[in-house]
Design a protein around this ligand. Structure first.
Ligand code: ASP
Length: 313
């Protein structure tokens, strides 16, 4: 049997067992399991890594627990602005959207940008126009309204802070986290792919976008090296060009996936002050799930192996 595998994340940050309820933990694990199974179903029937990544992320975008799609955090102006990107390791084709509103599944729009336009990154109103043209499903504001997310905004709207100013962040409901979602996969053809989707950060202004829609920073895939999806303090991940850096360490320095991930997440990023983590896969089906924060919602499913799901260190 040819190998296939998928890994997902639902965000990294200060996720402490001591402040998490049993109920909430169960709900998160269920959400991760649903996403893994959606991707695994595609892979086991011979489907593409790219489609498995999209399917897993759609599950997470539809789950209000995660900061992507339906559960996206609020901007300073009380809106939900969504970022997403996807990349195919075989063709090096990529698609991304930044600051889009009302799109139920931004990852589907990113994939459509990749497959049905000559561009890589579309932003704001223009991306929404493109989505209409391609019959991508939209939803009204109330679909994205989650009281807890709105309360998070109200608690910081009058300050200049964003949820990435974590020095003063309160830990609410057991978590102070970056809730972005992502997936990486290997299919039976030996091709790999990566995708990431997020609402960004609470109270963000001025059309701020993080690393999630930036190819090379939050997302990267190349059959010769690895597929990566990141979560964490986006500004640091952009400046460290995290996803591409790991690929380069493998390509030019012959590092293993494990060593490259460790160097970037647990050394380079830490020295810069960049909190977060990532998921990574290579063509052999090796998976790495490094993070330098307290926890990261994460899971894997490899062919012939059981599901693995974890939250804390
Ligand atoms: N990286 C995302 C951003 O900066 C946040 C996250 O991972 O939750 O927008």
């Amino acid at each position: 049997m040819k190998k296939y595998a998928i890994a997902i994340h639902g965000g990294a940050g200060t996720i402490l067992r001591s402040t998490m309820t049993n109920e909430k933990e169960k709900a998160y694990k269920q959400g991760l399991e649903d996403a893994l199974l959606a991707g695994d179903n595609i892979l086991k029937s011979g489907g593409l890594a790219l489609d498995a990544v999209e399917a897993a992320i759609i599950q997470l975008e539809n789950n209000a627990l995660f900061n992507a799609g339906k559960g996206a955090v609020f901007t300073h102006d009380g809106k939900n602005e969504l970022d997403a990107s996807i990349m195919c390791g075989k063709t090096l084709m990529a698609g991304a959207v930044a600051g889009v509103q009302h799109i139920i599944n931004p990852i589907r729009l990113a994939k459509t940008v990749m497959q049905q336009s000559e561009h890589v990154l579309l932003c704001g109103k223009g991306a929404e126009e493109f989505a209409k043209l391609k019959n991508i499903p939209f939803a009204k504001d109330d679909y994205f309204f989650i009281q807890q997310r709105y309360d998070q905004l109200l608690s910081m709207r009058d300050s200049d802070k964003t949820s990435l100013d974590h020095a003063d962040d309160k830990i609410e409901n057991g978590e102070k986290k970056f809730g972005t979602v992502g997936a990486v996969a290997l299919d039976v053809n030996g091709d790999i792919a990566a995708g990431t989707s997020t609402g960004g950060m609470t109270n963000k202004r001025f059309g701020r976008a993080g690393d999630s829609p930036i190819i090379g920073a939050g997302t990267y895939a190349n059959n010769n090296t690895c597929a990566i999806s990141c979560t964490g303090h986006g500004e640091f991940f952009i400046r460290a060009v995290v996803a591409y850096d790991i690929s380069c360490l493998m390509e030019y320095k012959n590092m293993s996936l494990h060593d490259a991930c460790k160097l970037v997440v647990n050394d380079k990023l830490v020295k810069m002050g960049g909190e977060g983590g990532l998921i990574a896969i290579d063509r052999m089906g090796n998976i790495e799930l490094p993070f330098n924060s307290e926890g990261m919602y994460r899971g894997t499913k490899k062919s012939g192996e059981d599901l693995f799901i974890a939250i804390y260190k």
